[in-house]
Ligand binder design. Structure first.
Ligand code: GLN
Length: 276
């Protein structure tokens, strides 16, 4: 078996299994199994793979064909140019969330204290700390299992001055912050059954579920932030495409000024932020 034959095998299996990005996933898994990159695969389609590699590839293809997320097979996801460990206990970092980090970075100054509420894999907080100087971060999450992954990510990225706290939202948070960031669960409970199998059956339900109207966590985080933000501190929230108005109103009602809604690259409302 060579690279090309393996790739075609994977692609065919994925088309049959109705995997959304059959070609891409077949290639990424081949890169993963053979420890190679895209350029090498394209430049050397005739290069033979070992029996062990072929066996591993077939195995990975079988898993992905059952709609197990690609990142649960490879164990990693790139986010903000950094590689994060992921597993079934955390939401896989999304490209949309990079916009939250980029927007927050514009307002982040050296030495600030940042709180990441519902930190999950820690991707938002670790990225902010990685790309800034002398900032200090606290990541809070209800899930102990998620925090274990966040901690592993902080160690892998050698993130300094970071603490992870288990608790129900602000329950165990102390002190005050210059910036609070959050990508909380925001999908309406009745929408969850309509999501892709990869998401609804394999990603943590608690990381998705924004309860009845999807806004449960925004209410709690926005009102709670008033107690934990310094004067002039800023709150940055990722939102669903149809939540811009509701979430910005909630922020204004809670005393936030200069509330802005930013669109993502697909043209959908994605980030709301404002100053207290
Ligand atoms: N903050 C994490 C992320 O953006 C987890 C979000 C969540 O669990 N809803 O990936």
């Amino acid at each position: 078996m060579n690279y090309r034959e393996c790739y075609l095998y994977g692609k065919e299996k994925f088309i049959q299994a109705e995997i959304a990005e059959a070609e891409l996933d077949a290639r990424l898994l081949l890169e993963y199994v053979c420890g190679t990159d895209r350029t090498t695969l394209f430049a050397h389609p005739d290069r033979e793979v070992s029996d062990a590699e072929y066996e591993r590839y077939v195995n990975c293809i079988a898993k992905r064909a059952q709609h197990i997320p690609l990142q649960h097979i490879t164990g990693v996801q790139e986010f903000m140019g950094l590689e994060f460990y992921v597993n079934k206990d955390v939401l896989v970092p999304r490209q949309d969330t990079e916009l939250l980090v980029e927007e927050a970075m514009i307002h982040l100054h050296d030495g600030m204290r940042i709180l990441d509420m519902c930190t999950g894999s820690g991707c938002i907080l670790c990225s902010l700390l990685h790309y800034s100087n002398h900032c200090e971060g606290v990541g809070a999450d209800l899930s102990e299992k998620a925090l274990a992954i966040a901690q592993k990510n902080a160690e892998k990225l050698q993130t300094e001055k970071v603490t992870f706290l288990q608790g129900d939202l602000f329950e165990n948070v102390t002190g005050s912050f210059d910036m609070i960031v959050s990508n909380p669960p925001y999908i309406r409970s009745d929408v969850i059954p309509t999501l892709m199998v990869e998401v609804k059956e394999h990603e943590p339900y608690m990381a998705l579920d924004g309860k009845e109207d999807g806004l449960y966590f925004y209410r709690k985080i926005i009102s709670g932030s008033r107690e934990y933000l310094k004067k002039g501190g800023m709150l940055f929230l990722e939102i669903g495409y149809d939540q811009g108005e509701a979430v910005s109103s909630l922020m204004k009602e809670n005393g936030f000024r200069d509330v802005c809604v930013k669109k993502d690259y697909s043209g959908f409302d994605r980030i709301v932020y404002g100053e207290l």
